[in-house]
Design a protein around this ligand. Structure first.
Ligand code: SF4
Length: 376
């Protein structure tokens, strides 16, 4: 498989960058070339983290299974000189667990804090960039502070993994393969204090996805957890109700005619605008919203591979969805690898020490700032 990655700003790549173009491979190749010219103590440790959405996109493009893509990609990258290949599905388990905990904490203080709910998901940098620039101080308190899977992976790689390897964070060169270019907007926050270890390389363990949407399954995991923890209700399957269109859906938990939980999945710019307007008018009844900038969510991200000439966008998306959802799923609460890392790195699940490492902050951005460009 001929694959060359584009590295943007030193730490972002996209599945669309799986192209043989001059510009695409410069940054990564420069680091790999340099590594061959210096002594081992001066070399960068090169780490590539691949998102499950990118794997599914590549699998559809090359007619392979998702795990076969992981195997070939790992072998290809290692032949190039990359030292470690990780799967951001692993760091997503941390994002999901922390999101579940954050939601419970917000729900319990909703009577005294009018901006505790709805909690708005924060895994989509396109949405975060728009929120910071366009709705600033009004919207920020609603946005979940939990780091996205890419940010979590950045923290894991530059912190925990670096300390395990006995190298400084600066000695690590971390490239991520993501479904959209907007993920580069998160690179301002990926340096931190935690990382995973060799045992989590995608070539050495079974790849596991997560239940729920192709955008990370935030609604699914938080809803099930909250139903159980807050109301003692065990939810097996979620029933989605289409509200305005397929990209605006709702799930409710009801008991004795009373709505206990009202969650929504809101994708695409127009639906997001409607949601924000409702919030501003005090008309939103939601407790949690999975907000994603791309119509149809992350499997349809702008950085995914394009359809072939005999294929429509819709057909390709359906194929990518099938491949993505075809993977066995992991329940973050039951994942022993995640539990081990919580113990060794954060002392225990839910401890205060985890907070600054797993959460982030947002800042209102002046509208005349030119540095960030939003692509919807
Ligand atoms: S919804 Fe689109 S912009 Fe947002 S994280 Fe997913 S692919 Fe990126």
């Amino acid at each position: 498989m001929a694959v060359i990655f584009r590295s943007i700003s030193g730490c972002i790549t996209s599945a669309e960058s799986v192209l043989i173009t001059q510009q695409s491979h410069e940054e990564l190749y420069r680091v790999l070339r340099q590594n061959k010219q210096v002594s081992s103590s001066e070399q960068k440790v090169v780490v590539v983290s691949v998102s499950p959405q990118s794997r599914a996109s590549l699998a559809a493009h090359y007619g392979l299974s998702s795990s076969e893509v992981a195997r070939r990609l790992t072998s290809f990258l290692k032949n190039l000189g990359v030292h470690h290949v990780f799967d951001t599905g692993f760091s997503r388990s941390f994002s999901l667990l922390e999101s579940q905990r954050e939601f419970l904490e917000r729900f319990r203080r909703k009577e005294v804090d009018k901006k505790a709910l709805p909690m708005l998901a924060s895994a989509c940098p396109g949405w975060i960039c728009y929120a910071e620039k366009t709705h600033g101080e009004f919207i920020l308190p609603y946005i979940s502070t939990t780091r996205s899977p890419q940010q979590m992976m950045g923290s894991l790689v530059k912190g925990y993994f670096a300390s395990q390897k006995g190298v400084s964070p600066q000695q690590i060169y971390h490239v991520t393969v993501m479904p959209c270019y907007d993920k580069k907007l998160e690179t301002r926050e990926v340096d931190c204090v935690i990382t995973s270890g060799d045992t989590y390389q995608i070539d050495s363990y079974e790849l596991l996805g997560h239940a729920g949407s192709g955008s990370g399954g935030y609604l699914h995991h938080i809803y099930k957890h909250a139903a159980k923890q807050l109301f003692g209700v065990e939810v097996d399957e979620l029933t989605y109700k289409t509200i305005k269109n397929k990209d605006f859906q709702e799930v409710t938990l009801e008991k004795d005619g009373q709505v206990l939980l009202r969650f929504a999945a809101v994708y695409g710019f127009r639906n997001i605008q409607n949601l924000v307007q409702k919030l501003k008018r005090g008309k939103s009844q939601y407790h949690f919203v999975e907000v994603m900038a791309c119509p149809s969510g992350s499997l349809n991200g702008g950085g995914q591979l394009k359809p072939s000439s005999d294929q429509t966008n819709k057909e390709l998306l359906q194929q990518v969805e099938e491949l993505y959802h075809g993977e066995r799923t992991s329940v973050p609460e039951q994942d022993s690898r995640v539990a081990e890392l919580y113990q060794s790195w954060l002392e225990s699940v839910g401890k205060e020490i985890a907070r600054p490492l797993l959460h982030t902050q947002y800042h209102a951005v002046e509208k005349n700032t030119n540095g960030l460009s939003i692509k919807w």
